[in-house]
Design a binder for this molecule. Structure first.
Ligand SMILES: Nc1ncnc2c1ncn2[C@@H]1O[C@H](COP(=O)(O)OP(=O)(O)OP(=O)(O)O)[C@@H](O)[C@H]1O
Length: 949
């Protein structure tokens, strides 16, 4: 280390900066020193079980160790046999680390081991050898001025004492922002020479608490820390403005030894000391253990004074060496092992030492002046600002971003409002269902004997399902929770939570593989159980990507849905709960709008169907008959359990099970139809539109809305549906569409005839078609409204499909189209395949244009008298302006009121001169399985409307 100044100083600063920045991580050096057997131990005929077999490995040699689970060999940076001198231990195990201090790097050497293992013996030597070498270094570097400061403390019974002070006052620790932990008011002696050191060490020895135990006549009862601080500066620059100082400390830590009271035979004060010693050593080993695992989590340095003081040495800015001292005696094997375990952990701990430079005030000022100059020059030649065109482009981008976000907000708000209104509808459906379910039960007159038995149980359970919507909801929740709690219940019906939704086959089979009794029997009557399971979902799956995960959830539902269902109470608060949930983040809104409401509707429908199937002793029902249930051991189980069974099984109707439908999200594959996911087609009844076209009248139709376009208003197409139909046809051609029924329900194996047209096959007629029709119709009505579908289209569809079971396919297709459309809207602008873009806004505009056209037709098709009658009926002031438009605006505006819907349809039908044209017209809404002809695209509603007007 030579004198530095001027340009050299800059260089040193640079190096120091580099050194500081590049502070290297290195592991603590761990060495082991085995002492020889003491005289006492030899007299006691102790055996030395430990042996250093080479420079790095210590071995436990005990013939009696059969069956021991402890390792017998331990490897460290260095191990020293009992006959090694302390000088060697110093030279090979501590010197390098200890002497880092002269280079401005903090260092610590400490001895750890059980009582009487030789810590003090070792550390005394290490301290002296180090200081001797430091003096030697100083003598060899006359060009630098050194200042050595000596301080010593002990931690006795968790109190810090100054070993250089005769006062017995307790010292305090303080966190210094610059220097870290410091011991306040500790005496610091400037070391003059070797003799001075010896003098000070003697004082420390005299002051240190030492006591006699059975293991050690002079047992150290405190932790001793001797600190030597070295500051050095180049003599050449002393007192000059450019002088800097290197400052670092080396700590010599002689820990008190861990001891067993039984072995050290401590009592009274010794016992108390032993407790303090052990406790602080335990904290030290805990800190070391945690640090050895990579500093994750909280490190409890503050749990003891020892670890607080040693904190920089254990994981901070210091180089550290630990000398673990061991007794070879067999009687100490346990303590020796503990020490070795500590040593094993310690060797995994890394520190990050760096050079500590202290600048003189003048040097600091100069350094800062240079820094200011550098910054000023940077300011004078700033980085050129972006050009105006760059700014303009940036602004444009930002504007677009803002615009897009505003659109998103609007869309989401609309969706939320829509979803809320649908929730209201659903709640009213629940209430209606309650009434209808109850009245159905009253009408049911089963066989008296069986019926009585069943009736009793059923009566009780029915109330739990129908009259108590809480209960109803809870059961739906149970269904969901099953999917995450399978391992606990051990039931084979459960599907993994991430079961792909499209795999209906698996799902259905696993359910149907279980008897209804079992299915019912699994459901406990304890609502808390459900709550627990629900919480399981909520806590285990807190943050899912709903866009993708909604597909992965059972039943295509989200946690949001689940929460709504479980915690709602079926009356006004249901809605409140849902609304609350809906007012969550945008993602949640998306889920609720896009999925949750549909899912809820679906669940309600399932429950309703189950209710119906149980109430009506329908022979064709795939579910066990009520009479069968009466003999079941689950006879007393509630009907709500059946609801669950139903939910799990699917429904009797191929159309009723919207779970299947929803499990294939409508957005995505309709646009780019890669082929139907496995199981998708199982929602459909058996179809054979291939070679046997002749079987189906509609197959021959050349006029197909499906092949042409979907109309959302008079003059808007959604040609994406072509993809849907194309995909559908492709599946049909590939024979992939098969019956879900076959897989869901054993009782319907008669439907194995793949290719049987459902319209001509009694077995495939939905079991509860009237109810199913009503449900589909309601759903379609709502979707028409939501998608601003043309009033003419609504009228045609409504008048053509009045509930004939053969209409089911058209209903289903319409529902799918609309669902797809709604999804498309909810995702913002959707480019149709022919390049046209349809948005919610454009559909509103088109609907507006259609209404104006219809209002003009009002004058043509209705006499003045008829119109006045209509105005009166529809509450329009006779002297008000734009009465016709007012009337048209009211048409199809209330999809909840069927008489309103019928009246609207009748008026529009008259306006457009709707003529019943038999099935041919129906084809317009159905499926054309001939390849779509490009020109046929023009055969949309626009043309057909034109011809009709
Ligand atoms: N390597 C060694 N060679 C010879 N004797 C040793 C060695 N190590 C320790 N001793 C002797 O063993 C006895 C106990 O040593 P020492 O006091 O250093 O143990 P200790 O670990 O500091 O004990 P405590 O924790 O109780 O203070 C002393 O008499 C010491 O001289």
């Amino acid at each position: 280390m030579g004198a530095i100044g001027g340009e050299k100083l800059k260089q040193v600063e640079k190096e120091q900066k580099a050194q500081t920045a590049g502070a290297r991580e290195e592991r603590i050096l761990v060495v082991v020193r085995l002492r020889p057997l003491s005289d006492k131990e030899i007299i006691a005929n102790e055996v030395a079980d430990w042996e250093c077999i080479n420079d790095n490995t210590i071995l436990y040699r005990n013939n009696l160790r059969e069956g021991s689970t402890f390792p017998s060999a331990y490897t460290f940076d260095r191990v020293f046999r009992g006959d090694c001198l302390t000088k060697q231990v110093y030279e090979e195990g501590a010197k390098e680390v200890a002497l880092s201090v002269v280079s401005g790097i903090n260092s610590t050497i400490f001895a750890y081991g059980q009582t009487s293992s030789g810590k003090t013996y070792t550390m005394t030597g290490i301290t002296e050898y180090t200081v001797a070498d430091i003096f030697d270094y100083i003598n060899r570097h006359k060009e630098r001025a050194f200042v050595l400061k000596f301080s010593a403390i002990e931690i006795y019974n968790e109190a810090i004492r100054d070993l250089l002070s005769s006062e017995n006052t307790q010292l305090k620790l303080r966190d210094d922002p610059e220097r870290g932990i410091i011991v306040e008011k500790v005496t610091e002696e400037v070391l003059r020479d070797w003799n001075h050191l010896k003098e000070l060490l003697a004082i420390c020895e005299a002051q240190r608490k030492i006591g006699e135990t059975s293991l050690n006549e002079r047992s150290s009862r405190s932790h001793q820390i001797i600190r030597l601080t070295i500051e050095s500066s180049a003599r050449e620059f002393l007192g000059k403005e450019n002088s800097t100082t290197l400052a670092a400390s080396v700590n010599f830590v002689d820990l008190a030894g861990s001891e067993r009271a039984s072995q050290s035979l401590s009592t009274g004060a010794r016992l108390k000391e032993g407790c303090h010693i052990n406790r602080s050593l335990l904290t030290l080993s805990t800190v070391i253990r945690k640090l050895s695992k990579g500093r994750q989590g909280h490190i409890n340095y503050r749990d003891s004074k020892l670890t607080r003081i040693l904190q920089p040495c254990l994981g901070g800015n210091a180089r550290t060496a630990i000398i673990c001292t061991l007794s070879p005696a067999r009687s100490h094997v346990e303590q020796t092992r503990n020490t070795l375990l500590f040593a094993c952990c310690a060797k995994e701990v890394a520190t990050k030492a760096q050079v500590n430079v202290v600048m003189s005030d003048k040097a600091l000022v100069k350094h800062l002046q240079r820094e200011v100059a550098r910054l000023e020059s940077e300011l004078k030649s700033p980085v050129p600002p972006p050009s105006n065109s760059d700014y303009a482009a940036l602004l444009r981008r930002k504007d677009l971003q803002i615009q897009k976000m505003e659109n998103d907000i609007r869309e989401l708000t609309k969706q939320r409002d829509l979803a809320q209104s649908r929730v209201e509808d659903l709640l009213s459906v629940i209430r209606n269902d309650k009434h209808s379910g109850q009245s159905a039960r009253i009408n049911y007159q089963p066989n008296q004997q069986e019926g009585d038995a069943w009736e009793d149980d059923y009566s009780a359970s029915e109330s739990s399902c129908l009259a108590d919507s809480n209960r109803l909801d809870v059961h739906v929740g149970k269904f969901n929770s099953i999917h995450c709690s399978d391992t606990e219940s051990g039931s084979n019906i459960e599907q993994p939570y991430h079961q792909p939704l499209n795999n209906h086959e698996d799902h259905s089979m696993s359910v149907s593989g279980q008897s209804l009794d079992e299915t019912l029997g699994e459901t406990a009557d304890d609502p808390d159980e459900y709550c627990k399971e629900v919480q399981c979902i909520e806590t285990e799956e807190p943050a899912r990507d709903y866009n993708s995960d909604s597909r992965g959830l059972p039943n295509g539902e989200s946690e949001g849905t689940l929460a709504l269902t479980v915690y709602g109470d079926g009356d006004g608060t249901d809605q409140e709960a849902m609304s609350t949930s809906m007012n969550g983040d945008r993602e949640a809104n998306h889920i609720q709008n896009g999925i949750a409401v549909d899912s809820l509707e679906q669940r309600l429908h399932h429950v309703q169907n189950t209710t119906d199937s149980l109430v009506s002793p329908d022979k064709s029902s795939p579910y066990p008959q009520l009479a069968d249930l009466s003999s079941s051991r689950s006879l007393n189980l509630s009907r709500s359990l059946s609801c669950r069974a139903d939910v799990m099984r699917g429904t009797s109707s191929p159309y009723a099970d919207r779970k299947h439908f929803e499990s294939t999200p409508p957005n995505g594959w309709e646009k780019i139809f890669p082929g139907r996911p496995h199981g998708y087609g199982k929602n459909f009844p058996l179809l054979n539109y291939g070679a046997n076209n002749g079987v189906l009248s509609r197959n021959n139709s050349q006029s197909s809305l499906g092949s042409a376009s979907i109309k959302t208003s008079v003059d808007e197409d959604i040609t994406s549906i072509q993809s849907f139909v194309a995909g559908f046809k492709k599946q049909l051609a590939n024979g992939q569409i098969q019956s879900t029924e076959l897989e869901v329900d054993e009782s319907r194996k008669s439907m194995k005839d793949v290719g049987l047209d459902p319209m001509h096959d009694a077995s495939s007629t939905p079991l509860h078609w009237p109810q199913e029709f009503e449900r589909l119709q309601r759903a379609i009505l709502e979707l028409w409204q939501a998608c601003n579908v043309s009033l003419v289209h609504r009228t045609y569809f409504f008048l053509l499909f009045k509930g004939d079971p053969a209409d089911s396919i058209y209903m289903e297709v319409e529902l799918r189209r609309l669902t797809f459309l709604k999804e498309s809207f909810s995702e913002g602008n959707q480019a149709a395949e022919d390049g046209r873009t349809l948005t919610l806004a454009s559909s509103v505009r088109s609907l507006h244009r259609e209404k104006q056209t219809l209002s003009r037709l009002l004058r043509k098709r209705f006499t003045e008298e008829e119109r006045e009658k209509l105005y009166k009926k529809w509450g329009i002031e006779l002297n008000s302006k734009q009465r016709r438009l007012q009337l048209v605006n009211q048409l199809w505006s209330n999809n909840k009121d069927m008489s309103h819907v019928k009246d609207s349809a009748a008026i529009v039908a008259k306006l457009i001169r709707f003529v019943e044209q038999g099935k041919a017209l129906k084809e317009m809404f159905g499926l054309s399985f001939t390849p779509p002809h490009p020109r046929r695209r023009s055969y949309g509603w626009k043309n057909s409307m034109a011809s009709l007007f």
